[in-house]
Structures are given as C-alpha cells and as structure tokens.
Design a protein around this ligand. Structure first.
Ligand code: BEZ
Length: 208
C-alpha cells in the first residue's frame, strides 16, 4: 500500500493515448492519478466528466491527469466515444487499461472488502519529484468532490512555494500557519510581529 512521502510506484501500461511509462509521463510536473470502478457506470461518468471539464484549471496549475480502471482498452475507447457523443465532453487525458490489476494493486486501489474486481475511487497527488503527497480513497457508491480535489492541489502547491502549513478549510487568498518558534529568539520575533496570533504556537500570516 503506497503512503504519503513514498515515491510513486512506476509502471508501463496501455492507455487511451497509447502505451506509456508512468515516470516518463509524470516526472517534472504535478500529476493526479485517479481510478474509477468501471466504464459505462453512472457515478464514474460524472466524475470523469468532472476531471475533463476542469482541463483548463489543471493546465493552469501545471498538473497532468491520468485515469485508471480494470477494464480493457476497447471498453475505455467505447465509453470515451459514448460520453463524447451523448454529452460533448471528451476525456482527453490517458485512461489506463489495467486488466491484470497490477497497477491497481500497487497503488492500493483494489480493496477486497469493497470489491474483489473493481478499483475503489482513489486519487493520488504526485509532485514533480514523483513523490506521493496526498491520497484519497472513496468507496464505490460515493462520488468524489471536484472542489476538494482542486483545493488540495492548490494547497499542496502553495505550501511548497511558501514553506508553510495551511489550516482547516484553507482556500487560496487566506492566511497560512506560521510554524511554531524553535528558539527563544524566534519567539521574541514572533511576539513583535503583526501575525494574527492566538498564542505563540498558533499564528497566521498573509501569503503575499
Ligand atoms: C458507478 O459509477 O455508478 C458505480 C460503479 C460501481 C459500483 C457502483 C456505482
């Protein structure tokens, strides 16, 4: 089971955009790898459409998308075409055809208590160094929240850029947590600062 901080398991796989090695695809940019239980199912269709419709947002945040399910490449192609015909939404990102379940197993997407044959709804946020930074797992019967997926992506990128931590429900534009002081000098500096302070260990600052 992969954990936060691990390097992303690498693999080579057939996808709807051709055969690819994941590390070649992902390295050097942020990547979101997400699984869905099955093609031609309703909740999955809403979720995949949600990712496709946010194409400009993910491009603006220099983030690549890649989907996965334990379905054949033929099923993927037929489903992508069906959704395009019926709704006009095109899934342009690659979708991995993981028929032998090898990728799903290496990412802990196959959770037998939920299903022996279908991947759960997983979302892996992978940074440009190919490190897993955040993991979400949802069950088969509850769709994900695109606003939360976008929020945590921006939060991860913001926390890296500003070397800060971000509080409950943080949204872009809001204050960040200042790490607690580690020396008395740092404490004195903080006490003289204009940080929003509850106590010496809980202080917030603007990011700009
Ligand atoms: C769905 O996407 O609608 C779905 C897929 C598998 C199990 C339950 C729901």
């Amino acid at each position: 089971m992969p954990r936060i901080g691990d390097l992303a398991p690498d693999f080579e796989s057939m996808t709807t955009t051709g055969k690819l090695r994941f590390s070649d695809y992902a390295k050097g940019s942020w990547t979101i790898l997400f699984s869905h239980p099955a093609d031609f199912t309703p909740v999955c269709t809403t979720e995949m459409s949600g990712f496709a419709l946010e194409k400009d947002f993910f491009a603006a945040h220099k983030t690549k998308l890649i989907g996965l399910s334990i379905d054949s490449i033929h099923a993927h192609i037929a489903w992508v075409q069906n959704v395009r015909e019926k709704t006009g939404v095109l899934f342009e990102f690659p979708i991995i055809a993981d028929l032998d379940m090898s990728v799903a197993k290496s990412y802990g997407m196959l959770q037998p208590g939920e299903s022996e044959t279908a991947a759960v709804r997983a979302v892996f946020f992978i940074d440009p160094n190919f490190k897993i930074r955040l993991i979400m797992y949802y069950p088969l019967n509850v769709g994900r929240n695109m606003e939360e997926i976008k929020r945590v992506l921006v939060a991860l990128q913001t926390a890296d850029e500003h070397k800060c931590a971000l509080p409950l429900n943080w949204k872009p534009g809001e204050k960040a947590i200042v790490p607690p002081p580690k020396t008395l000098d740092e404490l004195d500096t903080r006490l003289k600062s204009n940080y929003e302070m509850v106590d010496f260990y809980l202080a917030k600052r603007d990011l700009n």
